[in-house]
Write a protein that binds this ligand. Sequence first.
Ligand code: UDP
Ligand code: MN
Length: 245
Amino acid sequence: MTEAYVTLATTDGYGVGALVLGHSLLSHGTTRQLCILVTPGVSEQVRSALSQVYHNVVLVDVMDSGDSAHLALLERPELGITFTKLHCWTLTQYTKCVFLDADTLALQNTDELFTQPELSAACDVGWPDCFNSGMFVFVPSQETYEQLLDFAKTKGSFDGGDQGLLNSFFPNWHRLSFVYNMVATACYTYLPAFKEFGRNVKLVHFLGSTKPWHGESAAQPGSAYGSFVGAWWTIYRELVRPSMP
Ligand code: UDP
Ligand code: MN
């Protein structure tokens, strides 16, 4: 029975995000494996750094895979990264997984997530009847993978990405606490709640167009948001940058 955290990177930027994420999970003493799906868009240099942190670096190339994902992609080219993400269901060497976006950061150990069923996730702040697909518990299965591809091909995604697709496919998802996927901006958009519950946050998500690896300027001590970006940069400076040739 092997369980794993799984993430995804198609570029060096997201690859660096995944390096920081991996270190954050290890620093909080996870007992689970770390696995990452990478595409040929990630450089050799970043892939080699990833293989120092992740137990399993899986190269996924939907473009020349020749399987049903490639065929689905020909019909729905807009779902390129989504189809790459769906590959996580093919990781059947694991009995259960937690998917994490590469723009997330563990602040505490989250291994208790592996006791949750498929599909467990936390609410999306934009539409809380939907789950946010930056963190979800799933069970790898070739059958589910084929069903997901078929669903994507025939029904598409209402938001053009994986979140719309997965919400339509798993309408009876199980709701987890927001502390497992707190959008970083919540610490100022709902300050009183952050003051009350913020100390419980276990995983922070830098959702949106500005990612921590775009620059250190947002890392301002004195604001909670700035301290999350600062925590990301501390790991980057101390553990990631020195490992890059
Ligand atoms: N991703 C990627 N390359 C991209 C876009 C996304 O590898 O060009 C992966 C990465 O793991 C990322 C996830 O897909 O964290 C979801 O995208 P993102 O986090 O940018 O979306 P947001 O959470 O801001 O909605
Ligand atoms: Mn994200």
